[in-house]
Design a protein around this ligand. Structure first.
Ligand SMILES: [Zn+2]
Length: 241
């Protein structure tokens, strides 16, 4: 009887810790905000941002206003990851300005320093694999500084890939393979893999959960901006047709 009781307690403990790891709070933003399916919906949300965007602004003007806002934005101190959210969003915006998709990533070391940057370059370089995290990790792994932070193809403990949006299955698996922690600014309720880690084959799930995988502690405005940059392709219908 005692063994059964202990077993039940163990199961409850595992379930509670698993749900805590994969259902982090989204701060004050309504989860419904993270669904944007039309250009009109996207523009309405962009106009609502404190960036001075008007519904009839040309794309270039909208992006310039977002850039001015981001550059002068002071990360909110009560959100410990806001600095990384700002940096990842600046990367995401860089891609949008280049004609690409609005996702950016930064690599953070164990002391909280940003040591590498990357943004999505699929459209720019005509390559299906160049998501923001993939670009970031390849840039980093091929750089001289990688020697200090890597053991063969595995990252030394304490590195975090911080993305503007929840990583997709491809990127999440690569981050897991490298042994880095995963954090992100805005959830991807329709495409993100982090919150679906329990759908992975057992070995990959075990590998992924050896590291921290969670949504970052970011301000609502950074979360909203990450989301809207992700869906910015709706503004001019860029990408394959
Ligand atoms: Zn990806």
């Amino acid at each position: 009887m005692k063994k059964v009781f202990l077993f039940v307690c163990l199961i409850i403990l595992v379930c509670v810790s698993f749900s805590q790891q994969n259902n982090s709070p989204l701060t004050q933003v309504d989860p419904a905000y993270f669904f944007t399916h039309s250009r009109e919906d996207l523009i309405r949300k962009l106009v609502d941002l404190p960036c001075g965007i008007k519904a009839d602004d040309p794309l270039k003007v909208m992006l310039k206003k977002i850039e001015s806002f981001l550059i002068t934005f002071v990360p909110e101190k009560e959100y410990e990851d806001d600095e990384y959210a700002k940096a990842a969003n600046i990367q995401a915006l860089k891609s949008v300005v280049q004609g690409g998709y609005g996702i950016g990533s930064v690599l953070v070391d164990q002391d909280g320093n940003i040591i590498a940057y990357g943004h999505n370059t699929q459209i720019q370089k005509k390559r299906s694999d160049l998501h923001a995290e993939m670009t970031l990790m390849t840039n980093f792994e091929e750089s001289h500084k990688a020697k200090k932070y890597m053991n063969l193809y595995v990252y030394k403990p304490g590195l975090t890939v911080f993305s503007s949006s929840e990583p997709c299955p491809m990127c999440f698996i690569r981050i897991s393979t490298a042994g880095a922690d995963t954090k992100y600014c805005t959830p991807g309720p329709e495409d993100g893999m982090v919150t679906r880690v329990n759908c992975l084959p057992p070995s990959w799930q075990e590998l992924a959960l050896k590291n921290r995988v969670e949504i970052g502690d970011c301000s609502p405005i950074m979360q909203k901006l990450s989301h809207l940059l992700f869906y910015s392709y709706l503004l001019d219908n860029r990408g394959p047709h």
